[in-house]
Design a protein around this ligand. Structure first.
Ligand SMILES: CC(C)(COP(=O)(O)OP(=O)(O)OC[C@H]1O[C@@H](n2cnc3c(N)ncnc32)[C@H](O)[C@@H]1OP(=O)(O)O)[C@@H](O)C(=O)NCCC(=O)NCCS
Length: 281
């Protein structure tokens, strides 16, 4: 999908309006994410929007800002926060964030901050709670050290319950959609989803009881994607950065995990070893 650029003359501080994010805004949103250097395709935006309530800023009828709030039970993910480069530094990012924070209500709010966004989120009461390491590259063939097999879409309600234990995110519907479009990988103590995203494929979430299971799931994904572009977004405490690099997925930046109104969660035997995405946690 292509998107025309707004006329610079129409972009002034005073003439933008903030309105509900509708599917008709996807073309303009895609232009913003591409200009910010993000790899999202129209399908990736559609998936995010399908589980979100969002806002856009319009100037001269064109999309010059976006923000989504994705509620997953007691937690909401704030994501796809972008302001047109020509409109930055004028309060538009804050105005968009205030809207989606209100959509989150009493939930714990989470996001993955870029260096651009970090100062704004700190001012809005978000606190850093970790780092996310983005690893990507051409996957190398590998042999998992534990047995990994293909799961079924019908397994998803049970697997979504493990994801909820690990992450606190109640997102069974989203996981079922992703599983139907992609591949479900399972091992004795965990599971992972593999799907198309951005420049190639992405592995996530990876949920398991131990790092050996998570490493086996990642190796199986690399085997299935050998020679293709594969991405994985790792919480820095997951202990999988070295494994990813050995599979051809090199460090490519990342972000700061942040929370606002954080809630205490019940301890779980399951842990998130890779995010579904930086946007959706
Ligand atoms: C992050 C982004 C959305 C911010 O949009 P923006 O319209 O420029 O933000 P605002 O003008 O509302 O500024 C936000 C606040 O951050 C402050 N701020 C910005 N950069 C700062 C810095 N380096 N140090 C301290 N404060 C800073 C501003 O002063 C402002 O504070 P105020 O509201 O108290 O005056 C925009 O830079 C962007 O789209 N970047 C590219 C995409 C991206 O990285 N998005 C974030 C994804 S998590």
């Amino acid at each position: 999908m292509t998107a025309s650029k707004p006329d610079t003359a129409t972009l002034s501080q005073d003439n933008f309006q903030i309105t509900a994010f509708e599917p008709t805004h996807l073309d303009g949103a895609l232009r913003l994410s591409a200009e910010a250097g993000w790899p999202h395709r129209t399908e990736d935006w559609q998936l995010a929007l399908s589980v979100s309530k969002g806002v856009v800023a319009l100037a001269g009828g064109e999309v010059v800002g976006t923000a989504l709030c994705s509620p997953f039970g007691d937690v909401a993910a704030m994501n796809m926060i972008i302001v047109d480069a020509r409109m930055r530094g004028r309060g538009l990012g804050r105005a968009l964030m205030e809207q989606v924070i209100a959509f989150g209500g009493a939930r714990e709010l989470r996001l993955t901050a870029t260096a651009d966004g970090l100062p704004l989120y700190e001012k809005l009461g978000f606190a850093a709670c970790g780092k996310v390491l983005q690893h990507q590259g051409i996957a190398q063939d590998a042999t998992p050290e534990l047995p990994v097999y293909t799961g079924d879409v019908q397994d998803m309600p049970a697997l979504a319950a493990l994801d909820l234990q690990a992450s606190g995110l109640s997102r069974a519907g989203l996981l079922a959609v992703i599983a139907a479009q992609g591949e479900v990988l399972r091992c004795g103590n965990g599971f992972a989803l593999l799907r198309d995203f951005g420049r190639g494929r992405v592995l996530g979430p990876v949920v398991g009881q131990d790092v050996a299971s998570a490493a086996a799931l990642m190796a199986e994904a690399a085997r299935r994607c050998a020679g293709q572009f594969l991405r994985v977004d790792l919480p820095s405490d997951a202990g999988l950065s070295k494994t990813a690099t050995q599979l051809g997925l090199v460090a490519a930046g990342g972000g700061v995990a942040m929370k606002k109104a954080a809630k205490t969660r019940a301890p779980s035997n399951y842990k998130t070893f890779a995010l579904l995405s930086q946007a959706l946690g």
